[in-house]
Write a protein that binds this ligand. Structure first.
Ligand SMILES: [Zn+2]
Length: 493
């Protein structure tokens, strides 16, 4: 009996164990299912947000893009350079993925500075082609460009670049170092950066030179599949000087548009906010910007004339500049006096915890924010920027080479893309930072942020959608871009 009892008890235990274990398995399976489902939902809600629904053709090109990315990563042999050394790494330039980025219809470059448009190799070719542009080959001003109208005698040590190269006084490698950020070495990167602008400063001072330089630069952009630029310019001097230089830039744009009817340019007049400069200079520059806005129009298409100087901005190293807060009254007044003039502001290009210019950029009413690199540190402003549909001008290569982000996988743009904060990829200062303007930024974004074609397409469309030109022009640009996009897809199927 005892044995039977034992046997019955054992049977009960066995049955109970089986039931419990069965329930446990069922419950585990249920939980596992819930976990898998919940995980999938969270992965979905934390994925990149785009409005793009890929067509069948685009899905095939997306598969090609993924294959090109894998091929590039494979070529790096487990040592992918996530700092994206685009100026020196031939493995990047020689990859098919890089070719894909070069051919990509990038829409627009909404954040590029006027004297830094042409990358180093193209810039050297330009200087070499000029019979009136000399380079200082010795002393404190070595590598500085000097303009001499024909007939003027250059000073001692000044040589035409082609002579300096052929006589072995200078080499292209030396210039590549001393005309770009590659040469900064141990020096403070911004001190070196400002020095580069000073070396090329004369380009912006003579209308004849301004026109020829911008013409070369605009042609370069047109040939590299970027059809629209909003160029930040500094309009120094008197009203007349400012108008003459703006007209020279406009003449360069007209010339390139004769060759490429889809190509367009607008300019953005900038003030300087560095604490080291006389504040009166900012007043002059902003006054000139407003004057040029009124006086110089884009009349290339007589049926659709539009503003040529479309906006104002304030530039310089943010950590060494007067806070934006102090410019709020001036910028509000400009907006009140010229309601059709757009305010776009550099803000957030800083690693310091107390650098909060993005708050002012938002309060002042900036329609786009240059960089916005530290926007993620201000969650309320980030939310407001997203809700108000304010576009960031994200410049990954610039951020890396100016030492704000050492590894581009850590760039906050991935968070912006997930939250739905709109942004466009921009180049900033290609002359000092890039190998092929904007192709480098797309390459870095695709590799470091693991983008697919939907995100790439969204960023290209954003560059047009968030441009500040008038709606009719924007519509035309979008139609042209859609045609280019289709041709691009056919080529990469
Ligand atoms: Zn900038």
């Amino acid at each position: 009996m005892k044995r039977r009892t034992f046997g019955a008890a054992a049977l009960c235990v066995l049955l109970l164990t089986t039931v419990v274990s069965g329930c446990a398995q069922q419950s585990a399976a249920g939980k596992a299912k819930d976990y898998v489902q919940e995980r999938a939902e969270l992965a979905e809600s934390n994925a990149y947000k785009t409005t793009v629904e890929l067509t069948e053709k685009e899905k095939r090109v997306d598969a090609r893009l993924q294959a090109l990315k894998a091929e590039y990563l494979e070529s790096c042999k487990d040592n992918v350079p996530y700092d994206m050394p685009v100026m020196t790494d031939e493995n990047i330039w020689n990859s098919k993925l890089y070719q894909f980025c070069k051919e990509l219809p990038k829409g627009a470059d909404l954040h590029v500075h006027g004297l830094a448009l042409l990358p180093a190799a193209e810039f050297m070719d330009y200087v070499e082609s000029r019979p009136d542009l000399y380079i200082v080959t010795e002393g404190d001003q070595k590598y500085t460009l000097v303009y001499h109208a024909q007939g003027e005698t250059p000073a001692e040590g000044e040589m035409l670049l082609k002579d300096a190269l052929s006589e072995g006084v200078l080499t292209r490698e030396e210039l590549n170092t001393n005309w770009t950020l590659l040469g900064a070495g141990e020096e403070n990167i911004w001190v070196w950066f400002e020095k580069l602008f000073a070396r090329h400063q004369c380009l912006g001072s003579y209308p004849e030179l301004v026109q020829s330089y911008y013409e070369d630069a605009f042609r370069y952009y047109s040939q590299n599949n970027t059809e629209y630029l909003e160029v930040r310019v500094l309009l120094f001097g008197s009203h007349e000087d400012a108008v003459a230089n703006a007209e020279a830039i406009r003449a360069a744009y007209y010339k390139v548009r004769d060759e490429d009817p889809a190509f367009r340019v607008s300019i953005v007049g900038c003030g300087l906010k560095s604490v080291a400069l006389d504040p009166a200079l900012t007043d002059t520059l902003m006054d000139n910007a407003q004057y040029v806005h009124e006086q110089v129009k884009d009349t290339y298409d007589e049926k659709n004339t539009r503003d040529f100087l479309i906006g104002v901005d304030l530039v310089n190293e943010e950590d060494q500049s007067t806070p934006l807060e102090q410019y709020a009254p001036m910028l509000k007044k400009i907006k009140a006096d010229h309601p059709d003039l757009h305010i776009i502001l550099h803000a957030g290009e800083s690693l310091f915890a107390d650098s909060d210019n993005v708050i002012d950029a938002y309060l002042i009413g900036a329609e786009r924010i240059g960089h916005g690199l530290n926007l993620y540190r201000f969650p309320d402003i980030e939310e407001a920027v997203e809700e108000d549909d304010i576009c960031l001008e994200v410049c990954p290569i610039s951020n890396q080479i100016l030492r704000y982000v050492a590894d581009l996988r850590l760039h906050p743009a991935t968070e912006y893309l997930k939250r739905g904060v709109p942004f466009a990829l921009c180049s900033d200062d290609p002359a000092y930072e890039e190998h092929t303007t904007l192709a480098d930024d797309h390459f870095a974004a695709i590799v470091c942020w693991d983008l697919g074609l939907a995100e790439v397409k969204q960023l290209c469309m954003n560059a047009i959608d968030y441009s500040l030109t008038d709606e009719a022009t924007k519509k035309e640009m979008k139609e042209n871009w859609e045609q280019s996009w289709d041709t691009f897809l056919e080529a990469w199927l």
